[in-house]
Design a protein around this ligand. Structure first.
Ligand code: ZN
Length: 405
């Protein structure tokens, strides 16, 4: 397994030479990187080697009988299969949206008819009477919940501090863990965690578009605690440092690992701020720091909860767009109408589809699968201690998306 693991890392880094988004993080030995970069392998050669490695691992038993060792074996096998699919895509093979998500992320997300979203929109209509399209009325209302640019850093840091405190009360992290925050522009995403190894992350927040108050907690939990930063730190601590499993020093973005990463990062928001705790914190802390009227907090979150029911509308737009059933303008218009995204945000989202394609399912379907898995193991909202334990175990082990159901 050690030799397979090293070869897996080398091939992931070799793909990174052809696909700038593929290697999301690497903090393993420098000589493997040097070897991969120096070899200048063609996609043809990489594809053949991935195929050979996939055959090799099938004929090798897991190292030991321990559950974690078996998970490692299954995980590596599936990660390799996704790696082969990504290479075929880079060579020009076209997969449908669902074929691609199955091949890369090990699951197919459910499909919803337009009527499903229309029913949610009808409920939202009642909150925003008046003329013009619903998205215009919704956007006009929501504008008074934007964090002013000069208060953004203060608000974001307060959110991070709260998420960190709540997480550290439940999960033991290495004492040296920390991350830095940067504000950037001209990206297709709204936030990003770049894990750098040694329990450090760089978190970037995109300020191209206005940032609403709810994004402070969302981003702080998702990118930081108990989301990506904690996930990466726990994998490094338990699998890399304690066990020497080299494959976890590389994070190939277009792989099943991303469903676990995004799903836990999104589910982690409600783990850290269950029930009313979030609104209480927002009303008393974040709204005043942002200079917003705290009396609006309850209504704001009531609406946002409804809007959240539209999250799969984004998948529908992506599925139709990637499958070539609608063009860029139609995808943008669809997001405006069914996902209630103002025009500039919808256009940004379609640029995200261009860059990341079926990756979109990792956020909402990933979150739903993680919730199902944790609740099926007793980690319900009524049992917060159990929920944190199950959450930490999931973050610390190589579990496959298809095994969450
Ligand atoms: Zn993320």
């Amino acid at each position: 397994m050690a030799r397979i693991s090293r070869e897996y890392v080398r091939l992931a880094l070799a793909i990174g030479q052809h696909d700038k988004d593929y290697v999301d993080a690497y903090y393993g030995p420098a000589d493997i990187r040097k070897e991969a970069e120096g070899a200048n392998l063609t996609l043809e050669t990489i594809g053949r080697s991935v195929g050979q490695l996939s055959e090799w691992i099938k004929g090798v038993a897991a190292d030991g009988n321990e559950a974690l060792a078996r998970l490692r074996h299954q995980y590596l096998e599936k990660q390799l299969s996704a790696m082969g699919a990504r290479v075929r895509m880079l060579k020009g093979e076209r997969l449908s949206f669902d074929e691609e998500s199955k091949a890369l992320y090990d699951v197919v997300a459910p499909t919803y008819p337009d009527a499903h979203f229309q029913e949610v929109l009808d409920r939202l209509e009642k909150h925003f009477p008046g003329n013009g399209s619903l998205v215009e009325r919704y956007d006009a209302w929501r504008r008074s919940f934007v964090i002013p640019r000069d208060k953004l850093d203060t608000v974001f840091r307060a959110a991070v501090a709260a998420c960190r405190e709540r997480t550290l009360a439940r999960i033991a992290l290495p004492s040296t863990e920390h991350f830095t925050v940067e504000y950037v522009t001209n990206k297709s995403w709204s936030g990003y965690n770049w894990y750098q190894g040694d329990f450090r992350s760089l978190i970037q927040v995109n300020t191209d578009l206005p940032i609403y108050i709810d994004r402070a907690i969302d981003l702080a939990c998702h990118e930081g605690y108990p989301g990506h930063h904690v996930y990466n730190a726990l994998l490094e601590q338990h699998l890399v440092k304690e066990r020497g499993w080299l494959e976890f020093t590389v994070y190939p973005l277009f792989s099943p690992q991303s469903l676990i990463a995004e799903g836990t990062a999104n589910y982690g928001i409600e783990v850290a701020f269950p029930g009313h705790e979030r609104i209480d914190f927002e009303r008393t802390q974040l709204f005043p720091l942002a200079g917003l009227d705290p009396d609006g907090a309850a209504e704001y979150y009531e609406i946002m909860e409804l809007v959240d029911e539209l999250s799969y509308a984004g998948n529908e737009a992506a599925r139709r767009y990637i499958d070539g059933r609608i063009d860029r303008d139609a995808a943008t218009a669809w997001l405006e109408r069914y996902a209630l995204m103002p025009h500039d945000r919808a256009a940004q989202r379609v640029r995200f589809f261009d860059q990341y394609r079926s990756y979109v399912i990792n956020y909402n379907y990933g979150k739903d699968l993680v919730r199902t898995y944790i609740e099926s193991r007793g980690g319900t909202a009524d049992h917060p201690e159990r929920r944190w334990q199950e959450f930490e175990m999931l973050l610390s082990s190589p579990r496959l998306p298809s095994s969450l159901r």
